[in-house]
Design a protein. Structure first.
Length: 222
C-alpha cells in the first residue's frame, strides 16, 4: 500500500448502468462493479478523498468519502459533472450503457402478437466529456474488450484524449462478474505496462500505484 494519493480528490464511476424500458424492464450489462469498488477502496487506502458514483450493483461498500448511487447513464453523468470541479483524478470504471431506449414507457409494455422494434439513442460519453473539460483532472479510462485488446484500447486512449487506459479482456468467463482480472495499461506516449492476473482487490492496488506514479510524473517532474 502507498500513500501516493494523499489529499487528492478522486471521482470514480463503477458498476453497470440500467436503461429503463418500462417500470419493470431495463437494458443492462454484466458488470458486477467489483473492479470499480476495489479501485475506490485502493484509492482511499492510498490517502485520497474518494467520491464513488455507482450504478446498480450488490458489492459491499468500500470506505469512501461519499458514495452516490445512480441507475442510468444520464444520472451518472449528472452526478459526475456535479462533483468533478476541483477533482484531481477521474477514473471511469463503470460499464456505461452506450445506448438507452428512445422512449421509456410509464406503463408496462404489453405484447400485441407481433415483433417489437426498439429504437435506441446514444448516451453521452462521460469519460470523454470529463477529458474535454477546460480544467480537466488526470483522466483514466477502462477498455473492456473481447478481442484485439491493445488496438481497441489505444484507439479509445487517443480518441477520448485520456492520460491512461486500463484494458482488459472480457467474455468467456473473464472480466465481468469474476474475482480475478488482468490489465494492460497504455499511455499516450506509447508506454505499456501489463499487470498480470490476480484478485481484483490486489490488481486495483497495483493500478492505483501506477496512477499515483504517473500523476506525480506529470505534475512534479523533478
Ligand atoms: N464510458 C463512459 N461513458 C460512456 C461509455 C463509456 O464514461 N457512455 C467509459 C467507461 O467507463 C470506460 C471507457 O469509457 O472507462 C470505455 O468504455 P467501453 O464501453 O469499453 O468503450 P466505448 O467507448 O463505449 O466503446 P465501445 O463500446 O465501442 O467498445
Amino acid at each position: 500500500m502507498t500513500s501516493g494519493l494523499q489529499a487528492k480528490a478522486v471521482v470514480i464511476t463503477a458498476g453497470p448502468t440500467y436503461e429503463d424500458l418500462d417500470p419493470v424492464r431495463f437494458l443492462g450489462n454484466r458488470s458486477s462493479g467489483r473492479m470499480g469498488f476495489a479501485v475506490a477502496q485502493a484509492a482511499t487506502d492510498a490517502g485520497a478523498r474518494v467520491i464513488l458514483v455507482a450504478g446498480p450493483c450488490q458489492q459491499d461498500c468500500p470506505q469512501v468519502s461519499e458514495r452516490i448511487d445512480v441507475r442510468s447513464a444520464l444520472q451518472m453523468r449528472e452526478q459526475v459533472m456535479r462533483h468533478i470541479e476541483g477533482c484531481d483524478i477521474f477514473i471511469g470504471c463503470a460499464a456505461v450503457a452506450d445506448y438507452r431506449p428512445a422512449e421509456t414507457s410509464d406503463k408496462k409494455i404489453k405484447k400485441d402478437g407481433g415483433d417489437l422494434m426498439l429504437r435506441l439513442v446514444q448516451n453521452p460519453d462521460i469519460l470523454a466529456e470529463v477529458a474535454a473539460l477546460p480544467k480537466r483532472p488526470f483522466t483514466v479510462g477502462f477498455a473492456a474488450e473481447t478481442n484485439d485488446i491493445e488496438t481497441h484500447a489505444l484507439r479509445k486512449l487517443r480518441h477520448k484524449k485520456l492520460d491512461m487506459i486500463a484494458a482488459n479482456q472480457v467474455g468467456e468467463g473473464r472480466g465481468f462478474d469474476c474475482c480475478d482480472n488482468a490489465l494492460l495499461l497504455l499511455y499516450p506516449d506509447g508506454r505499456k505496462q501489463p499487470l498480470p492476473t490476480q484478485a481484483k482487490c490486489s490488481l486495483a492496488g497495483r493500478l492505483v500505484d501506477e496512477i499515483a506514479a504517473e500523476y506525480q510524473r506529470i505534475h512534479n517532474p523533478h
